[in-house]
Design a protein around this ligand. Structure first.
Ligand SMILES: NC(=O)c1ccc[n+]([C@@H]2O[C@H](COP(=O)([O-])OP(=O)(O)OC[C@H]3O[C@@H](n4cnc5c(N)ncnc54)[C@H](OP(=O)(O)O)[C@@H]3O)[C@@H](O)[C@H]2O)c1
Length: 248
Protein backbone atom coordinates (compact mmCIF):
# COMPACT_ATOMS: atom_id res chain seq x y z
CA UNK A 1 0.00 0.00 0.00
CA UNK A 2 1.56 3.31 -0.94
CA UNK A 3 -1.27 5.67 -1.72
CA UNK A 4 0.29 8.23 0.63
CA UNK A 5 3.82 7.86 -0.78
CA UNK A 6 5.76 11.15 -0.60
CA UNK A 7 3.21 12.63 1.80
CA UNK A 8 4.12 13.91 5.24
CA UNK A 9 1.62 13.69 8.10
CA UNK A 10 1.55 15.16 11.59
CA UNK A 11 -0.67 13.37 14.14
CA UNK A 12 -1.17 14.97 17.55
CA UNK A 13 -1.41 12.61 20.53
CA UNK A 14 0.00 9.70 18.56
CA UNK A 15 1.76 7.59 21.17
CA UNK A 16 -1.24 5.54 22.38
CA UNK A 17 -4.85 4.68 21.58
CA UNK A 18 -6.58 6.03 18.50
CA UNK A 19 -3.61 8.30 17.68
CA UNK A 20 -1.15 5.38 17.61
CA UNK A 21 -3.48 3.43 15.31
CA UNK A 22 -3.63 6.47 13.00
CA UNK A 23 0.17 6.81 13.00
CA UNK A 24 0.59 3.12 12.11
CA UNK A 25 -2.05 3.21 9.40
CA UNK A 26 -0.74 6.37 7.69
CA UNK A 27 2.80 4.96 7.80
CA UNK A 28 1.57 1.63 6.36
CA UNK A 29 -0.09 3.62 3.56
CA UNK A 30 3.28 5.19 2.71
CA UNK A 31 3.36 8.53 4.54
CA UNK A 32 6.27 9.79 6.62
CA UNK A 33 4.66 10.49 9.98
CA UNK A 34 5.52 12.88 12.79
CA UNK A 35 3.49 12.52 15.94
CA UNK A 36 3.26 14.33 19.25
CA UNK A 37 2.75 13.01 22.76
CA UNK A 38 2.49 14.49 26.22
CA UNK A 39 4.68 12.42 28.53
CA UNK A 40 5.01 8.73 27.63
CA UNK A 41 8.53 8.88 26.07
CA UNK A 42 8.88 5.08 26.17
CA UNK A 43 5.66 4.40 24.26
CA UNK A 44 6.34 7.17 21.76
CA UNK A 45 9.90 5.99 21.03
CA UNK A 46 8.77 2.36 20.81
CA UNK A 47 6.13 3.29 18.22
CA UNK A 48 8.57 5.34 16.12
CA UNK A 49 11.07 2.44 16.21
CA UNK A 50 8.38 -0.11 15.26
CA UNK A 51 7.54 1.94 12.16
CA UNK A 52 11.21 2.41 11.23
CA UNK A 53 11.83 -1.34 11.59
CA UNK A 54 8.94 -2.00 9.21
CA UNK A 55 10.64 0.26 6.64
CA UNK A 56 8.62 3.41 7.33
CA UNK A 57 9.57 6.88 8.50
CA UNK A 58 8.34 8.25 11.84
CA UNK A 59 9.45 10.82 14.39
CA UNK A 60 8.11 11.41 17.90
CA UNK A 61 7.88 14.99 19.20
CA UNK A 62 7.07 15.77 22.83
CA UNK A 63 4.54 18.61 22.70
CA UNK A 64 1.68 19.53 25.01
CA UNK A 65 -1.35 20.42 22.90
CA UNK A 66 -2.45 22.72 25.73
CA UNK A 67 0.65 24.85 25.16
CA UNK A 68 0.57 27.15 22.13
CA UNK A 69 4.34 27.29 21.69
CA UNK A 70 4.66 23.48 21.89
CA UNK A 71 2.06 23.03 19.15
CA UNK A 72 3.68 25.64 16.90
CA UNK A 73 7.05 24.01 17.49
CA UNK A 74 5.66 20.55 16.57
CA UNK A 75 4.55 21.87 13.18
CA UNK A 76 7.92 23.56 12.59
CA UNK A 77 9.85 20.42 13.66
CA UNK A 78 7.79 18.27 11.31
CA UNK A 79 8.62 20.47 8.34
CA UNK A 80 12.27 20.81 9.42
CA UNK A 81 12.80 17.04 9.83
CA UNK A 82 10.48 15.62 7.16
CA UNK A 83 10.64 18.42 4.61
CA UNK A 84 6.97 19.34 4.11
CA UNK A 85 3.47 18.89 5.54
CA UNK A 86 0.49 17.43 3.67
CA UNK A 87 -1.79 15.90 6.32
CA UNK A 88 -2.60 17.23 9.79
CA UNK A 89 -4.56 14.93 12.11
CA UNK A 90 -5.69 16.63 15.32
CA UNK A 91 -6.22 13.66 17.59
CA UNK A 92 -4.81 14.70 21.00
CA UNK A 93 -7.61 15.20 23.46
CA UNK A 94 -8.59 14.81 27.07
CA UNK A 95 -11.89 13.71 28.62
CA UNK A 96 -12.50 15.29 32.01
CA UNK A 97 -15.49 14.87 34.34
CA UNK A 98 -16.85 18.36 35.12
CA UNK A 99 -20.50 18.52 36.25
CA UNK A 100 -21.89 22.05 36.04
CA UNK A 101 -23.37 21.96 39.57
CA UNK A 102 -19.88 21.68 41.00
CA UNK A 103 -18.55 24.59 39.00
CA UNK A 104 -15.99 25.93 41.51
CA UNK A 105 -14.15 22.61 41.56
CA UNK A 106 -14.47 21.87 37.88
CA UNK A 107 -13.48 25.23 36.38
CA UNK A 108 -9.87 24.01 35.93
CA UNK A 109 -11.30 20.99 34.09
CA UNK A 110 -13.21 23.27 31.74
CA UNK A 111 -10.06 25.32 31.11
CA UNK A 112 -7.97 22.18 30.44
CA UNK A 113 -10.61 20.86 28.04
CA UNK A 114 -10.63 24.14 26.18
CA UNK A 115 -6.84 24.47 26.10
CA UNK A 116 -6.19 20.96 24.74
CA UNK A 117 -9.34 19.99 22.82
CA UNK A 118 -10.16 23.37 21.27
CA UNK A 119 -7.25 25.85 21.38
CA UNK A 120 -4.74 23.05 20.72
CA UNK A 121 -6.62 22.07 17.58
CA UNK A 122 -7.02 25.69 16.41
CA UNK A 123 -3.33 26.42 17.01
CA UNK A 124 -2.24 23.38 15.02
CA UNK A 125 -4.45 24.31 12.07
CA UNK A 126 -3.26 27.94 12.14
CA UNK A 127 0.38 26.83 12.17
CA UNK A 128 -0.06 24.05 9.60
CA UNK A 129 -1.96 26.27 7.15
CA UNK A 130 1.37 28.00 6.37
CA UNK A 131 2.67 24.74 4.91
CA UNK A 132 -0.36 22.80 3.60
CA UNK A 133 -0.96 23.18 -0.13
CA UNK A 134 -3.15 21.82 -2.95
CA UNK A 135 -4.38 18.35 -1.94
CA UNK A 136 -3.66 19.08 1.73
CA UNK A 137 -5.77 17.47 4.43
CA UNK A 138 -6.88 18.52 7.90
CA UNK A 139 -8.64 15.74 9.80
CA UNK A 140 -9.94 16.56 13.27
CA UNK A 141 -10.93 13.88 15.77
CA UNK A 142 -14.08 15.06 17.52
CA UNK A 143 -16.55 12.79 19.30
CA UNK A 144 -20.09 11.55 18.82
CA UNK A 145 -20.64 13.19 22.22
CA UNK A 146 -20.70 16.49 20.30
CA UNK A 147 -24.18 15.53 19.11
CA UNK A 148 -25.69 13.42 21.86
CA UNK A 149 -24.68 13.16 25.52
CA UNK A 150 -25.91 10.12 27.41
CA UNK A 151 -23.76 10.55 30.55
CA UNK A 152 -23.89 13.27 33.23
CA UNK A 153 -20.77 15.33 33.93
CA UNK A 154 -19.36 15.58 30.42
CA UNK A 155 -21.10 18.70 29.07
CA UNK A 156 -17.79 20.61 28.81
CA UNK A 157 -16.25 17.74 26.84
CA UNK A 158 -19.30 17.56 24.60
CA UNK A 159 -19.24 21.32 23.96
CA UNK A 160 -15.49 21.27 23.22
CA UNK A 161 -16.02 18.52 20.62
CA UNK A 162 -18.97 20.43 19.12
CA UNK A 163 -16.57 23.37 18.77
CA UNK A 164 -14.14 21.14 16.85
CA UNK A 165 -16.88 20.20 14.36
CA UNK A 166 -17.96 23.85 14.01
CA UNK A 167 -14.38 25.01 13.51
CA UNK A 168 -13.84 22.33 10.87
CA UNK A 169 -16.77 23.59 8.80
CA UNK A 170 -15.43 27.16 8.99
CA UNK A 171 -11.86 26.12 8.18
CA UNK A 172 -13.13 24.14 5.19
CA UNK A 173 -14.34 27.51 3.84
CA UNK A 174 -11.08 29.28 4.73
CA UNK A 175 -8.79 26.67 3.19
CA UNK A 176 -10.90 25.36 0.29
CA UNK A 177 -9.56 28.01 -2.05
CA UNK A 178 -6.09 26.48 -1.61
CA UNK A 179 -7.38 22.97 -2.41
CA UNK A 180 -7.13 21.83 1.22
CA UNK A 181 -9.96 19.75 2.72
CA UNK A 182 -10.99 19.90 6.39
CA UNK A 183 -13.19 17.26 8.00
CA UNK A 184 -14.15 15.93 11.41
CA UNK A 185 -14.35 12.28 12.44
CA UNK A 186 -16.56 11.66 15.47
CA UNK A 187 -15.67 8.33 17.10
CA UNK A 188 -18.01 6.60 19.48
CA UNK A 189 -16.77 4.25 22.21
CA UNK A 190 -13.32 3.06 21.22
CA UNK A 191 -11.14 0.71 23.25
CA UNK A 192 -8.22 2.81 24.60
CA UNK A 193 -6.73 3.86 27.93
CA UNK A 194 -9.23 6.76 27.89
CA UNK A 195 -12.20 4.42 27.52
CA UNK A 196 -11.40 0.80 28.42
CA UNK A 197 -13.76 -1.85 27.12
CA UNK A 198 -13.95 -3.84 30.39
CA UNK A 199 -15.71 -1.56 32.91
CA UNK A 200 -19.32 -1.33 34.20
CA UNK A 201 -19.58 1.93 32.24
CA UNK A 202 -18.51 0.06 29.08
CA UNK A 203 -21.35 -2.46 29.55
CA UNK A 204 -23.91 0.36 29.53
CA UNK A 205 -22.28 2.09 26.55
CA UNK A 206 -22.06 -1.11 24.50
CA UNK A 207 -25.78 -1.67 25.00
CA UNK A 208 -26.41 1.82 23.55
CA UNK A 209 -24.65 0.99 20.28
CA UNK A 210 -26.41 -0.72 17.38
CA UNK A 211 -23.48 -3.11 16.95
CA UNK A 212 -23.24 -3.97 20.66
CA UNK A 213 -19.50 -3.41 20.94
CA UNK A 214 -16.67 -0.89 21.16
CA UNK A 215 -14.62 0.10 18.13
CA UNK A 216 -11.02 -1.02 17.80
CA UNK A 217 -8.73 2.03 17.29
CA UNK A 218 -7.91 0.73 13.80
CA UNK A 219 -11.55 1.20 12.77
CA UNK A 220 -11.18 4.95 13.39
CA UNK A 221 -7.75 5.01 11.72
CA UNK A 222 -9.25 3.42 8.59
CA UNK A 223 -11.57 6.41 8.16
CA UNK A 224 -8.66 8.81 8.69
CA UNK A 225 -6.73 6.95 5.98
CA UNK A 226 -9.67 7.27 3.60
CA UNK A 227 -10.06 11.03 4.23
CA UNK A 228 -6.29 11.45 3.77
CA UNK A 229 -6.36 9.63 0.43
CA UNK A 230 -6.96 11.05 -3.05
CA UNK A 231 -10.29 9.16 -3.09
CA UNK A 232 -11.69 11.69 -0.60
CA UNK A 233 -10.75 14.73 -2.71
CA UNK A 234 -14.28 16.19 -2.84
CA UNK A 235 -15.18 15.69 0.83
CA UNK A 236 -14.74 18.84 2.88
CA UNK A 237 -16.58 20.53 5.74
CA UNK A 238 -18.07 17.14 6.62
CA UNK A 239 -18.57 15.40 9.91
CA UNK A 240 -18.33 11.62 9.78
CA UNK A 241 -19.61 9.77 12.83
CA UNK A 242 -18.00 6.36 13.44
CA UNK A 243 -19.83 5.11 16.51
CA UNK A 244 -21.33 1.69 15.83
CA UNK A 245 -24.72 3.39 15.76
CA UNK A 246 -24.61 4.74 19.32
CA UNK A 247 -26.21 8.00 18.17
CA UNK A 248 -28.59 6.35 15.67
N1 LIG B 1 -11.66 6.42 23.18
C1 LIG B 1 -12.89 6.85 22.94
O1 LIG B 1 -13.89 6.16 23.24
C2 LIG B 1 -13.09 8.15 22.20
C3 LIG B 1 -14.39 8.45 21.75
C4 LIG B 1 -14.63 9.63 21.08
C5 LIG B 1 -13.58 10.50 20.84
N2 LIG B 1 -12.34 10.21 21.28
C6 LIG B 1 -11.26 11.17 21.01
O2 LIG B 1 -10.21 10.51 20.34
C7 LIG B 1 -8.96 11.14 20.67
C8 LIG B 1 -7.97 10.08 21.17
O3 LIG B 1 -8.54 9.44 22.30
P1 LIG B 1 -7.91 8.10 22.95
O4 LIG B 1 -9.06 7.37 23.54
O5 LIG B 1 -7.01 7.45 22.00
O6 LIG B 1 -7.07 8.76 24.15
P2 LIG B 1 -5.91 8.13 25.06
O7 LIG B 1 -5.97 6.66 25.07
O8 LIG B 1 -6.05 8.84 26.37
O9 LIG B 1 -4.56 8.59 24.34
C9 LIG B 1 -4.30 9.97 24.30
C10 LIG B 1 -3.11 10.27 23.45
O10 LIG B 1 -3.00 11.69 23.35
C11 LIG B 1 -1.80 12.12 24.00
N3 LIG B 1 -2.13 13.31 24.76
C12 LIG B 1 -2.95 13.44 25.84
N4 LIG B 1 -2.97 14.72 26.25
C13 LIG B 1 -2.13 15.39 25.42
C14 LIG B 1 -1.70 16.73 25.36
N5 LIG B 1 -2.12 17.65 26.24
N6 LIG B 1 -0.80 17.07 24.40
C15 LIG B 1 -0.35 16.15 23.50
N7 LIG B 1 -0.72 14.87 23.51
C16 LIG B 1 -1.60 14.51 24.48
C17 LIG B 1 -1.32 10.98 24.87
O11 LIG B 1 0.09 11.07 25.03
P3 LIG B 1 0.88 10.33 26.25
O12 LIG B 1 0.99 8.88 25.85
O13 LIG B 1 2.22 11.01 26.32
O14 LIG B 1 0.06 10.54 27.48
C18 LIG B 1 -1.80 9.78 24.01
O15 LIG B 1 -0.91 9.57 22.95
C19 LIG B 1 -9.29 12.23 21.68
O16 LIG B 1 -9.42 13.47 21.03
C20 LIG B 1 -10.63 11.78 22.24
O17 LIG B 1 -11.38 12.86 22.78
C21 LIG B 1 -12.06 9.04 21.96
Amino acid sequence: MSNLANKVALVTGGSRGIGAAIVKRLAADGAAVAFTYLSADDKANALANEIKKAGGKAIAIRANSGNVKDVENAVEETVKQLGRLDILVNNAGVAVYSPVDNAADTLPALEQLHAVNVRGVATAVRSASKYLGEGGRVINIGSNAAERMSTAGFADYSAAKAAVAAYSRGWARDLGKKGITVNTIQPGPTETDMNPDNTDFAKVVKAETALGRYAAPGEIAAVVAFLASADASYITGSTITVDGGQNA
